[in-house]
Design a protein around this ligand. Structure first.
Ligand code: CIZ
Ligand code: SF4
Length: 320
């Protein structure tokens, strides 16, 4: 509509004026991803968002995603101003892993290497030996296992269980979950597969093991987009946030993309395959962050930043 178009035009002007760039996650709404694309920003997973933010020339990063993504950007690019459309956009994995409890858990198992998912606060990262994202978790845990390390894994229990199964690594699990992926239902998915017998099932490993067991491809957002590009099927049933359809459809034009079913129906599912915090990244909020940055800027205290940078750089160097 007209108001949306006005926001888009004004945001484009403001991005130029402030030498700012829009860095958007695959799970944000399609108009946000389209704007990132049109303005030379980036649309990606959390690992690539961080890398893009570090390597681009902009003075200011507008991180359209959830809070841990803004913090990660600030940790590795302290000289840049990092703004978020809203600082209220959090993540159930981050919320479910408070640093005090997590530190006590680590202290109780001092002989373990601490591996945390990127979906955590800066303070939790500061307590870790390694940070991983879902696109690189398997390789890093495989490596740690091969050199005989015992692992504390936090916070996503489904992703942790999947990696433990794939690698055979010794992993002590924190019991967190993503409210979006945790809702996908194996029972409903089996029914749906009967309706679309030729569809390939693409599953993000934050989903329950029973859903992963039905997958033709399991992987991070980037890996699932690649699977849609490569697999010959005409239909895909996709068990991750539906925001991914924007890029997946570009990568696999002409293919039919279907949302995997959640346990509830439209009236009872909690997140209905779209993260409520990702959904807070609207055009109006982006516009506001560019016109008045107060209440939009990410700060990480310097001692925490320096400690969190070590395990983050380990991941970036490992994946380089
Ligand atoms: O579920 C998320 O928040 C994901 C997949 C983040 C990421 O690594 O891109
Ligand atoms: Fe967190 Fe899940 Fe939302 Fe990703 S989709 S930000 S893991 S709650």
């Amino acid at each position: 509509n007209l108001q949306q178009q006005q926001y888009v035009q004004q945001i484009k002007t403001l991005l130029k004026q402030k030498n700012a760039v829009l860095v958007a996650h695959y799970y944000t709404d399609p108009e946000i991803q389209a704007l990132a694309e049109e303005t030379g920003g980036c649309i990606s997973d959390s690992l690539e968002m961080a890398r893009f933010g570090r390597d681009c020339e902009a003075d200011t990063l507008i991180v359209a995603g959830v809070r841990f993504m803004g913090e990660t950007a600030k940790i590795i690019s302290p000289e840049k101003t990092v703004l978020m459309p809203t600082l209220e956009a959090t993540c159930s994995l981050d919320l479910g892993c408070p640093v005090d409890q997590f530190s006590a858990f680590c202290d109780a198992h001092p002989d373990h290497t601490v591996v945390v998912y990127a979906n955590t606060s800066a303070a939790v990262k500061a307590r870790a030996d390694w940070v991983v994202t879902s696109s690189i978790a398997l390789e890093i845990v495989e490596h740690l296992d091969s050199v005989g390390e015992k692992i504390i894994w936090a916070p996503d229990r489904h992703l942790g269980a999947y990696i433990a199964k794939q690698t055979g690594a010794d992993m002590l699990m924190w019991q967190g979950e993503c409210i979006v992926h945790d809702e996908f239902s194996a029972k409903a998915l089996i029914d749906m597969k009967h309706l679309y017998p030729d569809a390939a099932v693409l599953v993000h490993p934050e989903s329950p093991a029973s859903v992963i067991a039905l997958a033709d491809a399991v992987g991070s957002t980037t890996q699932l987009i690649n699977a849609a590009k490569t697999l010959p099927n005409s239909h895909f049933i996709v068990a991750t946030d539906r925001g991914i359809f924007y890029k997946m459809q570009q990568a696999a034009p002409g293919k039919i993309l279907l949302e995997a079913p959640t346990g509830g129906n439209g009236a009872t599912c909690k997140s209905c395959a779209h993260c409520p915090w990702m959904a807070m990244n609207g055009l109006q909020a982006i516009h506001q962050s560019l016109t008045d940055s107060s209440g939009h800027e990410i700060f990480v205290d310097e001692a925490t930043r320096q400690r969190a940078l070590v395990p983050l750089n380990r991941m970036l160097d490992f994946s380089a």
